[in-house]
Design a binder for this molecule. Structure first.
Ligand code: NAP
Length: 547
């Protein structure tokens, strides 16, 4: 049973200055659980959230077709069996409305709303060395003085904008997928252009293709596409996955990517026929299994990467049939799994409809956007009523770098990360005492982890760390510079041996002009990472300065 009675609660108030033990920024998957844990510890804690309700990613991403690529039953909190089992998913990969309802269920069940101030964006957070407290400023005028500051600002929460000149001159609707209005916009019978074919673009395109009059997709880098199998769940399916609660709880935290499955067999141990058979079986599963439980060697060995990539290309060619579509939509420049693999439901087939056209940006680039549509560099104008920007995010560092975060000696996180993206285990940063990070660079995150698995582990580590500081009579904790150097070196050694490091995508920050290049997510495995985090805690935070 959950104890919903807490002795110390910090209800949001209209005071100009609120004093707290801990402030959590963000009320998504990480923030909600972090808030709950710190409140259960007896801290006076609150969360601030820019949105008008909980959900984070699942609040903002209301675009048509938004849904999980992780099975719903592994995208849940595992700390409380009743909380887990009293929620039932309607299908294997549920859609955004159902996910948002689940997040509201969790919020209400844990009675978290009273501790969250919505519609509030943090603008600055300055560490005061004299008091060892953070002073946090928000856009509503309310300020917080807090001992601990935990960032749960999300990996993919800052949409990219202003990519083309003339966006503001367009006479129709132009919108980023993660700022889709509640209630949607009516695209029926309209001429729609979609820029971007990542996991988001794939879901939008396959969903709106039958609704719109005309759909033009601007394709720059095509994706390896795996067809999703998404059966509806009846009572017996739901019962079956709930019966696996103990198994999932022990498995998810001990796999390479926080999924229920793992890499099992070595490429070199199988004959060519056995490899093919295994790839076929994994492909038929209709999930991310072919990527995350197939052959780990695809991430490091060029020859294996090429063979597995060719297997997936073959499947795509069979579905696309048309040579021009194959040229536009089948990737050849990078290896399978070195960028996020999207699951689809008729995405490739959508291009075979008469009302859908693929524009190959590798042949002719976009020049600019103007009143009537998108103008290409060869002079062609694509006339449009709606432009959907499925162009991605300033990932992992974007949200915190937009806050004026100042640590010891007035150092600026924006400037530090502008030079070089470094953290200690993605959980803290040298020079910023009592600042804790989740979903941050150099920890496993959306790139290489089932995010709820990693966010649960990271927030639990942070809660334990804060408990340690308080119960040992200390006031602050910060990683030593040498500790951070060692973590960065360890991270880089693993990351740079992978093909991910050589492949452009948000995973290495190459989608944002001027962002220092580094593989953002820890590539040593969520399981290994968890063990390393545990070792640090068990050592009494060796390598950290406690004062
Ligand atoms: P993304 O993977 O970064 O894809 C952005 C797309 O926009 C790419 O095709 C990119 O092309 C294109 N693009 C960017 N700037 C462009 C420009 N100036 N001109 C033309 N094309 C441009 O972003 P996303 O699709 O939003 O996905 C981000 C992440 O969100 C995913 O990797 C995944 O982790 C997560 N996600 C998860 C789910 C799910 O769980 N079901 C669904 C959606 C998203 P280039 O590659 O050539 O740059």
């Amino acid at each position: 049973m959950l104890d919903q009675n807490t002795s110390s609660q910090a209800a949001p108030s209209d005071q100009d200055e609120v004093t707290l033990d801990a402030l959590v920024i963000g009320a998504g998957v990480g923030g909600l659980y972090q808030l709950y844990q710190l409140r259960e510890q007896g801290l006076s804690v609150a969360a601030v959230e820019a949105a008008s309700d909980v959900g984070g990613t699942w609040f903002w991403n209301r675009y048509p077709g938004a849904r999980f690529d992780s099975e719903g039953y592994i995208y849940q909190y595992l700390f409380d069996e009743a909380l887990y089992k009293d929620w039932s998913w309607s299908e294997r990969f549920p859609g955004q409305p159902e996910i948002e309802r689940w997040m509201q269920y969790v919020t209400d069940r844990l009675d978290l709303r009273k501790n969250i101030r919505f519609g509030t964006t943090v603008t600055a957070a300055h560490f005061d060395e004299a008091t060892a407290r953070w002073r946090v400023t928000t856009d509503t005028g309310v300020t917080y003085s807090t001992q601990f500051l935990v960032s749960c600002t999300g990996v993919l929460s800052v949409p990219l904008g202003g990519l083309y000149p003339g966006e503001d001159t367009f006479e129709g609707d132009i919108l980023h997928t993660s700022r889709w209005p509640e209630g949607g916009i009516d695209v029926t019978g309209k001429r729609v252009g979609v820029i971007g074919t990542g996991a988001t673009g794939v879901q939008v395109i396959q969903t709106i293709a039958p609704q719109v009059a005309d759909l033009t997709v601007f394709v720059r880098t095509p994706q390896y596409i795996i067809p999703m199998k998404n059966p509806k769940y009846g009572p017996s399916d739901v019962e079956a996955y709930k019966d696996r609660f103990d198994e999932l709880r022990s498995t998810l935290f001990n796999t390479f990517t926080g999924f229920e499955y793992d890499f099992e067999v070595a490429w070199a141990d199988l004959t060519p026929e056995q490899r093919l058979e295994r790839l076929e079986t994994l492909y038929e599963d209709g999930s991310l299994k072919i990527w995350l439980a197939g052959f780990a060697e695809i991430l490091s060995q060029q020859d294996v990467s090429e063979e597995v990539s060719e297997f997936v290309r073959g499947k795509m060619r069979e579905r696309l049939k048309d040579p021009e579509l194959i040229e536009t939509l089948v990737p050849t420049e990078y290896g399978f799994g070195t960028r996020r693999v999207p699951l689809d439901t008729g995405y490739l087939e959508a291009y075979r409809r008469d009302n859908v056209h693929a524009v190959n940006l590798r042949k002719t680039a976009i020049s600019h956007i103007e009143a009537k549509g998108i103008r290409m560099q060869d002079g062609t104008l694509h006339e449009l009523d709606v432009i959907v920007m499925a162009v991605g995010f300033d990932a992992s560092t974007g949200a915190l770098a937009r806050i004026d975060v100042r640590g010891r000696d007035g150092r600026s996180l924006r400037e530090d990360w502008g030079r070089d993206i470094r953290t200690t285990m993605g959980l803290q940063k040298h020079g910023y005492p009592n600042l804790f990070l989740t979903g941050a660079p150099l920890a496993p995150s959306a790139a290489l982890c089932n995010l709820p698995t990693c966010l649960q582990q990271q927030t639990e580590w942070i809660s334990d760390c804060i408990r340690h500081v308080r119960t040992t009579g200390q006031t602050s904790i910060e990683p030593l510079e040498a500790t951070e150097d060692a973590w960065v070196a360890h991270h880089d050694e693993i990351a740079n041996a992978t093909l991910i490091a050589k492949t452009d995508s948000w995973w290495v920050g190459s989608n944002v002009d001027g962002k220092p290049r580094r593989v953002l997510a820890y590539a040593g495995g969520a399981n290994t990472y968890k063990d390393k985090c545990r070792d640090v805690a068990e050592s009494g935070y060796l390598g950290f300065r406690l004062t």
